[in-house]
Design a protein around this ligand. Structure first.
Ligand SMILES: *[C@@H]1O[C@H](CO)[C@@H](O)[C@H](O)[C@H]1NC(C)=O
Ligand SMILES: *[C@@H]1O[C@H](CO)[C@@H](O)[C@H](O)[C@H]1NC(C)=O
Length: 976
């Protein structure tokens, strides 16, 4: 490990203890607007006569019949002179959008959050008819006219009803408050008219409070004093707040929905525990404020690196969701004041109200509704679903070559090697440290020789130095973020003194894209020390700033258009990710699918690439919470997610590392990573039996790549997540609503429960239906029950509890290869897991994997089906084309007009065959198995006697080489 010492010496010393520096980050009570919002909620709850002061002015109600939009003026009785405008519209798919903004205010509120998140302006339904009554405006629509939106005037309340029952209610608890813009002078002047000179900082006694209330009639609603309106300090930081108070509070309630999910990213259970009300599980609200939380807690509502303000509410009868398109810091309280109903309270620092109500009624509907708003996951390059090997840092070209050789010597598959910040000279990204990496392009070519890829890091902080052309160009082009005084903002990050590009400035976009070109044009900068197969990792884009408030950027910094950083903070990381993805994609002509990993994200980031859950710890708690975090990200539409295998910090024992590979192998994004202070832990370094177990786990991942890729196709079309929690697959089964340690992989029927505890030898899996589930490895059959049933499954260190749901056909490729592109012409195995009625179904999607040729119809998409015929005397298994039948939903959000089953890709893989079919759960030994009119070779192993009832080892039929191509129709008949 030459060179490692040198690197260590140049590093900032990091504390060795595992503890988040909680004091670096605010609690709600340390954020003035959150404090104000929660105090408002407390006053509302404690007052029996509380009503929202906001109401619709009936005279102002305007319906635009062609647009089916309804607008109205809103007033607050405590500030009658301030005007607000409400705009409610219904989209073609039934989603309701509710916007409210201050009208003719002193300033403009930030109203562009949705423009970054949405893929397009949604089509507004023209069929909606608003009807105006004395006290409300309503619209009825949907299947059988079962959906109704009601905007009640006084107080203002927006409800979405299905079948006459309220599903989503805005301002039902009267917590709406849009703090209008005001000047300190005007407030001070008004205050001088009050009898009490100043409200004491900490609480008033009752008598004082009554006096204040009399003097200041607004205090019942806004509270007394001007808590943090004009300036706020945290630690050594002062936020100057030149715009004064402008926060937005709104309660969003879900009557009759006992579970809420989503609002990633938090290290919590999937079904969100309460933060308010009696027996609140957490004391602080869920916080959304993208932050680099060093050694974060494994069970906390603290904010993490990204924010997706999307929440699902679920019950056995209904699923609905909301998307609150706000880009500023947001806190969310969750409570169950009424059993099986959920009240939430959203408190944002700035911005307009722009909330999308998704009516469901099923989880699949909600995913589709959200995907139509913000887009689906991009279909990743296929290699990106393989295994990624990362470390801070592989320290030289020769180190990289050595690691690659060791993987190959040990026959351990891997697709991608990663380089962290130390590849770059003085952390000037793009510029290689030529002492350690004298020959970057040769090294990249050595990795690419077996179709592997390399990912290198490019962070958003630019070293402020004359000899860094990227910084100089950004400065010359005036693209850098400014302080409130208009001067270039300087902060401290890996390179020392750094500056940040303002990606909200459109002028930055083409410039940033130009930096990744590998061939120079004229004397312009080009990244000649890279290749078209060099992919990118965007870290630290919250942004992380070592000497900034909460390790981030001062909120009063200024972005393009004069917006403050506070207005756009949670969106900032997505723009950097977007531009990098575009840059990577357009390095070649025609473009290739980009791969860019991001740490920070927002609603819409799923369109751009992958994310990971940041700097986790090598502990069992972190391993376990990583699973529910990935599920939560999938709920938030961001399927391509994973946690660092092994844990970023610490030196996991071999058994923990093995289990962590089990978690990674069943995450959409699968990468091992480690902190620079940790011992090397590449899988080839493990002793036996650990090394062989990890090799087997990696091979399992590779054999299942067709399943993962097929799941990503589906996610790219209809937004259904790649990993699916129980409530998504079995929305009516209450027994599954709390589960977040077992989940389904796409629509494949695979149900997995990675083990995240030490010394486990068996575990319980929950089966949600009266169906047989087969152990993936042994064919052991378990029988569920209509009311749900727990079964005990083996889970020794070498075992991953993995079941196939009866009724599924799972396609795999089982030849071990060094990297996934080498599997392109490998044959398939089909595992046919018969249901209790002798049927099964599965899907397979395949394409070239790297280009966009699939969007022009170059792919293969097949259904496999097993049916019981002739009164159960025959089982027929067939393959048929799905693409021609489903042109509009074939791939990646791109509708096709025609599909040619003999497209160039299909021809390329025409000789790829199904080499074996394994049928689980036949009721008896076949008399014959016939394909193409000919008897084929088969073997049969009888199951245990009880297996017909779904308990014990199931029967297994192995059909070898059934003359079946992967691209054509075929049929195989099993005569029983
Ligand atoms: C990314 O940028 C492109 C081009 O500027 C834009 O069309 C797209 O909407 C952006 N996507 C996101 C998620 O910001
Ligand atoms: C399954 O086990 C869990 C955890 O012990 C328990 O809460 C649940 O009630 C059990 N479900 C059934 C159907 O037995």
């Amino acid at each position: 490990m030459r060179g490692l010492k040198v690197i260590l010496l140049t590093l900032v010393a990091l504390p060795a203890v595992f503890a988040v520096k909680s004091h670096d980050f605010k609690t709600c009570s340390q954020a003035a607007f959150c404090r104000r919002g929660r105090a408002l909620a407390t006053r509302a709850r404690e007052s029996s006569s509380w009503t929202s002061p906001y109401s619709v002015d009936p005279a102002s109600v305007t319906i635009d019949p062609t647009k089916a939009t309804f607008t109205a003026g809103v007033r607050s009785s405590i500030y009658p002179e301030i005007k607000f405008g409400l705009d409610v519209r219904v989209h073609e798919d039934g989603v309701v959008r509710v916007r409210m903004d201050e009208v003719d205010g002193l300033r403009k509120r930030y109203d562009e959050a949705s423009s970054w998140a949405l893929i397009a302006d949604p089509e507004i339904s023209r069929e909606i008819q608003w009807t105006v009554a004395k006290d409300a405006v309503r619209a009825v629509y949907g299947h059988n006219n079962n959906i109704e939106v009601v905007v009640a005037y006084e107080p203002l309340k927006v409800s979405l009803l299905r079948n006459g029952q309220e599903q989503i209610v805005l301002n039902g608890d009267g917590l709406l408050h849009m703090e209008h813009f005001r000047t300190k002078e005007a407030v001070d002047q008004e205050k001088s008219g009050w009898a009490l000179p100043e409200a004491p900082e900490e609480g008033l006694d009752l008598e004082d409070a009554q006096v204040v209330m009399q003097m200041n009639p607004r205090s019942w609603f806004e509270g007394v004093g001007d808590d943090g309106w004009w300036e706020e300090t945290f630690g050594t930081w002062t936020d100057s707040k030149p715009k004064g108070p402008e926060s937005l509070s709104i309660d969003i309630n879900f009557p009759n929905h006992g579970h809420v999910y989503g609002i990633p990213q938090h290290a919590t259970r999937l079904s969100l525990p309460t933060t308010a009300g009696e027996d609140a599980y957490y004391s602080d609200p869920y916080r959304l404020y993208n932050a680099d939380v060093f050694e974060y807690l494994a069970d906390s509502t603290m904010s993490l690196y990204g924010s997706i303000p999307v929440m699902h509410a679920h019950s056995a009868e209904s699923t609905v969701a909301i998307f609150n398109a706000v880009g500023s810091e947001t806190w969310i309280d969750v409570a169950h004041f009424v059993p099986k109903s959920t009240h939430t309270h959203w408190i944002s620092e700035s911005g307009i109200m722009d909330i999308f109500l998704m009516p469901g009624p099923t989880p699949a509907d909600v995913f589709a509704q959200y995907a139509r708003l913000t887009g689906t996951s991009a279909l990743p390059a296929q290699w990106a679903l393989g295994y990624h090997q990362c470390r801070w840092n592989y320290i030289s070209s020769d180190d990289v070559r050595d690691v690659q050789t060791r993987f190959d010597e040990e026959d351990i598959p891997v697709d991608v090697f990663w380089l962290d910040i130390e590849y770059a000279e003085d952390h000037k990204y793009f510029i290689w440290d030529k002492k350690s990496f004298p020959d970057p392009v040769d090294m990249l070519h050595d990795v690419e020789a077996i179709q592997r890829k390399m990912v290198v890091i490019v962070d958003p902080h630019l070293k402020r130095t004359d000899n860094y052309p990227i910084y100089q160009q950004a400065k010359d082009l005036d693209l850098l973020i400014k302080k409130k005084d208009g001067q270039e903002y300087e902060g401290w990050c890996w390179p020392g003194s750094s500056a940040w590009v303002d990606f909200f400035n459109p002028a930055s976009w083409d410039w940033w894209k130009s930096l990744f070109k590998t061939m120079p044009e004229g004397d312009k900068w080009a990244w000649i020390d890279s290749t078209e197969n060099t992919y990118i990792w965007n870290d630290m884009n919250e942004p992380s700033i070592f000497n900034g408030p909460e390790i981030s950027m001062p909120r009063d910094n200024i972005h393009y258009g004069g917006w403050e950083h506070r207005d756009v903070h949670n969106i900032n990381g997505m723009l950097f990710h977007n531009m990098t993805a575009q840059a990577v994609m357009h390095r070649t002509d025609p473009p290739k699918r980009p791969f860019v990993l991001t740490r920070s994200f927002y609603a819409g980031s799923q369109r751009l690439g992958a994310m990971w859950t940041g700097d986790n710890l090598g502990t069992w708690e972190h391993m376990a919470v990583g699973v529910s975090m990935v599920l939560s990200l999938n709920v938030g539409g961001f399927s391509f997610s994973g946690s660092d295998v092994g844990g970023f910090f610490g030196n996991p024992e071999p058994d923990m590392l093995v289990r962590w590979y089990g978690v990674g192998a069943f995450s959409p994004f699968f990468r091992a990573h480690a902190h620079i202070d940790t011992k090397r832990r590449e899988p080839y370094l493990l002793e036996e039996p650990y090394k062989s177990i990890v090799r087997d786990i990696l091979r399992l991942r590779y054999s299942l790549l067709p399943v993962w890729y097929t799941a990503f196709r589906e996610a790219s079309v209809n937004g259904l997540p790649v990993v699916r929690p129980h409530y998504v697959v079995f929305p009516q089964d209450e027994g599954g609503f709390d589960l977040d340690d077992q989940y389904f992989v796409g629509g494949s029927g695979l149900l997995v429960k990675p083990i995240t505890r030490k010394d486990v030898t068996e575990t319980t899996m929950y089966l949600p239906e009266n169906e047989v589930y087969y152990d993936y490895f042994t064919g052991h059959a378990y029988r569920g029950a209509a009311t749900g049933k727990n079964v005990t499954v083996p889970a020794e260190l070498h075992q991953i509890p993995l079941l196939i749901r009866g009724g599924s056909i799972v396609p795999t490729r089982e030849r071990p290869r060094r990297a996934s592109p080498l599997m392109k012409h490998d044959p398939f195995t089909l595992r046919v897991a018969l249901s209790t009625t002798g049927t099964a179904r599965g899907e397979l999607y395949l394409d070239e994997g790297e280009t966009f040729a699939h969007q022009a119809g170059q792919f293969v998409w097949r259904a496999f089906e097993a049916t019981a015929e002739k009164g159960g005397k025959e089982i027929r298994i067939r393959s048929r084309d799905l693409a021609a039948r489903n042109l509009d939903t074939a791939v990646d959000g791109v509708a096709l007009t025609t599909y040619d089953a003999r497209n160039a890709f299909a021809k390329d893989v025409a000789r790829v065959r199904v080499e074996r079919i394994v049928v689980l759960g036949l009721s008896r030994e076949p008399r014959s198995v016939v394909a193409d009119g000919k008897e084929v070779h088969w073997e049969y192993k009888a199951g245990a006697a009880a297996a017909s009832k779904g308990e014990g080892t199931a029967s297994m039929l192995l059909v070898k080489d059934p003359h079946a191509s992967i691209t054509t129709d075929w049929e195989i008949t099993i005569h029983l």
